[in-house]
Design a protein around this ligand. Sequence first.
Ligand code: AHR
Length: 682
Amino acid sequence: MNLIQLLLRRSSSLKSAIFTSILAAATMGEAQTNTSAPAPVPTFQINAGKVVGSVSPTLYGLMTEEINYSYEGGLYGELIRNRTFKANAQKPLFWDVVGDGVISLDTNQPLNAALNVSLKLDVSKASKDSPVGIANSGYWGIAVRSNTVYRASFYAKSHKFSGPLTVKLESADGKSVFASATVLKLSRKWKKYEVTLTTGNVGTSKDNRLVISTTKPGNFFSKHGTVWFDVVSLFPPTYNNRANGTRPDIMQLLADMHPAFLRFPGGNYVEGNTIAERFNWKETIGDISQRPGHRSPWGYWSTDGFGLMEFLEWCEDLHMQPVLAVYAGYSLRQQHVDPGTNLAPYVQDALDEIEYVTGPATTKWGAQRAKDGHPAPFLLNYVEIGNEDEFDHSRSYDGRFTQFYDAIKAKYPDLQVIATAPVKTRVPDLIDEHYYRSQEEMEAQSHMYDTRPRGGKTKVFVGEWATRVGSPTPNMAGVLGDAAWMCCMERNSDLVINSSYAPLFVNVSRLTGADHSMQWPTDLIGYDALTSYGSPSYYAQVIFSTHHGDVILATDAEDVPTYTWHPSARRRGGVQQTPPAPREVPSLFFDATLDSQSGVIYLKVVNRLSTPQSVKIAISGVRTVEPEGSAVVLKANSPEDTNSIDEPTKIVPVTETVSGVSTDFTREFPPYSITILELKTK
Ligand code: AHR
């Protein structure tokens, strides 16, 4: 198929874009709608008799990494911040002393080699009226709810002190105690202590803390007692009641997206700033008290409590398949490992990792997985080699990819291997492309894949993409760019077989300033310690992923209005470049898929304009279309409108019945809207 045929087969709006650009007068500003001629009513033609490809069943998935407090202070159920005291080598960050005690980090009393620092508490000034202890306020608060059972645990050892210790869940000012439990006796050797804290009818709040304290200054022989702590942990009920599990509200938001896969653990997080700070999967498995943790490239400490097994269980809980990104010998500060013998241990690590995920319990790493609580292997189809390796200035990726590819294919020939940058010496099964764009840029590239040549073996995985408008989560302008782009990917999902918005999560508790919770300003789902919400872009993902057919229909369009986009000039190497020439960009976007079993056409239409747009819809290749259909509509009054932690459902999809449908009908699409029409054909 030549380029022109491809354009005609897949393109919508192209003819009219060219037509209107001839009419376009010189325009000012960033994006200007053309009003120089009375606009004809646009037509969308759908040929339901002409299937141009299959919709990839794995088109809609998730991408995740530790950024914006995604797991720590996010999805991971742990409520205690810096539970292993390794966030800072000088001071016990996020820990407060209660009463007249003294706390300090102590490297002389380590719990073990992985957790080589503990928190020392001098209790010698404790009394009945003035208890001494330690307190932690979590990740910008600890959620307390009525009639809820919390599991608190910690490792401790003591000197000249044998207890008791009181464990309390209380308000930040200490005035309200919501639940408490006692550990009667402490050992002189490290030991794990576990209690449950059960709240009564205490309401819902987040400005709270966990306190472990005593009223005793020492033991019978001395009043100079000391206690050391490590792995101080507090869990609320989790999704599917997993012991080291996830937050139910956030999991439910994700479940509603029906994601097909989870790409993890990055992103930059798989690479780390340095080789030492990479995601070293072997240090993220097993008992949480054996995980050393590491610094995330996004500037904060990760305990790795959310490690490889937790990612896999997350996949299992939401019926997603893992897309496993393995460390490939390149870290963000330009450290790299040359292909050859130096790289061999990293390749072996990846093979071991795949065996941990997929191997029977009779294999070394399969046995380790069984020991870690999951005897059954996980299904794995995709392995990604690194992340954004085009940023590797040493240009070593081709060689590194080849070494990983050959080793993985030799042992696991059925695995699909994903490259993160173009390579020449092997043909990857997929190439991971990333697009972070403005609304106009996203819309301008909304026909990009229509003309991408088919026929090669390599499919496309758009592993990270987002219209970066709105913060901390996207606004309606962002959604319109997203939806234009999703129409493009879906229309081309014979080629683009996987896609995932990024970043997925942001803790919105402290957006700026010291100890900020956000590192990346436009993210799909926001939360604080108590509640979570989906951005309008989240809802666009939900409706796109749950409303499509299994085959792509041929479409065309006429008289689609356009606007003139004046791209801004970029700076390159500190030098301001000449701005690119203005471009005509469509203002309406669409794609059509068909459920070949039920005969339902899913027609997705995006109107980025501030005015309602009438569109003629002409459906050929079917006998009839039932007069009544349905529409799912996501719209806003202004492009700036958005959802937030305080107004979580301002913009949500609404389903309505549509009448007057036929093979030839006209429908008005609201301003700033996405509409998914479900039309039953015969
Ligand atoms: O999604 C945020 C970052 O963007 C990812 O970590 C990285 O892959 C990309 O540059």
